[in-house]
Write a protein that binds this ligand. Structure first.
Ligand SMILES: Cc1ncc(COP(=O)(O)OP(=O)(O)O)c(N)n1
Ligand SMILES: Cc1ncsc1CCOP(=O)(O)O
Ligand SMILES: [Mg+2]
Length: 213
């Protein structure tokens, strides 16, 4: 099974539900340095979801940042998104790859399980996500993971994303432990200044940019 590489490390912002200023807030996060965007909307309004996802895709293209759709392989296919994020309630990596093709970015939630991550990598996932590492305001009942999982998964061979209650302050620990991306909702989209919040997260990876530039 082929998996698709995708660039770099950094801030991975995830939207959370309908909001009138969705596109503006995502643009602020992009200006602040977000390197991946996920459209996550747990409602069941297909027309609105498709319209919003299309708008975000056009915006992400302007900033050359991939757009990932949460849960919904069909929506990702219909709008031509860069990929999909799957959880334990969703379809398999293999099926998503079949539908979206070899270049799609396919992410898989692995919660606190190294075994699940190894299986996802074997099936051709582009990245795995662990967490929640901290108490999440967005998903208070999310299963918790320990930071050691990031060190234990160092040899997986695909990027590792950390999620759950991450702030610019506690995020440094996760980056140091090996998180390639920090996936964040509330500490970016709930911040009074979204661009500044995104910039603070991006700074946690500024060493990478200094090395690669
Ligand atoms: C990057 C990233 N990591 C984890 C999740 C959570 O996925 P899941 O467990 O399927 O939960 P929902 O987000 O669908 O509620 C994610 N979306 N993104
Ligand atoms: C979708 C998801 N899965 C585990 S925690 C979480 C929510 C992350 O949001 P926040 O950054 O607000 O904790
Ligand atoms: Mg899901």
């Amino acid at each position: 099974m082929t998996s698709s590489p995708f660039p770099g490390r950094g801030l991975y912002v995830i939207t959370d539900g309908p909001r009138a200023d969705l596109a503006e807030t995502v643009e602020q996060a992009l200006i602040g340095g977000a390197r991946l965007v996920q459209y996550r909307d747990k409602t069941h309004e297909p027309m609105r979801r498709q319209k919003e996802a299309n708008t975000l895709l056009a915006l992400c293209r302007e900033y050359a940042v991939p757009l990932i759709v949460n849960d919904d392989i069909d929506l990702a296919r219909i709008i031509g998104a860069d990929g999909v994020h799957l959880g334990e309630a969703d379809d398999s990596v293999a099926n998503a790859r079949e539908v979206l093709g070899p270049n799609a970015i396919i992410g898989m939630s692995c919660y606190d399980s190294l075994e699940r991550a190894q299986e996802a990598a074997r099936q051709g996932a582009s990245y795995v996500a662990f967490g929640a590492f901290f108490a999440s305001p967005t998903k208070p009942l999310a299963r918790r993971a320990g930071i050691e999982l990031l060190r234990q998964s160092a040899t997986l061979g695909i990027p590792r994303v950390a999620i759950g209650g991450i702030t610019p302050d506690n995020g440094a620990l996760l980056v140091e432990a090996g998180a390639d991306y920090l996936a964040v909702i509330s500490a970016v989209f709930g911040a009074p200044d979204i661009r500044a919040a995104a910039h603070r997260f991006s700074q946690l990876y500024s060493f990478d940019r200094a090395v690669s530039s």
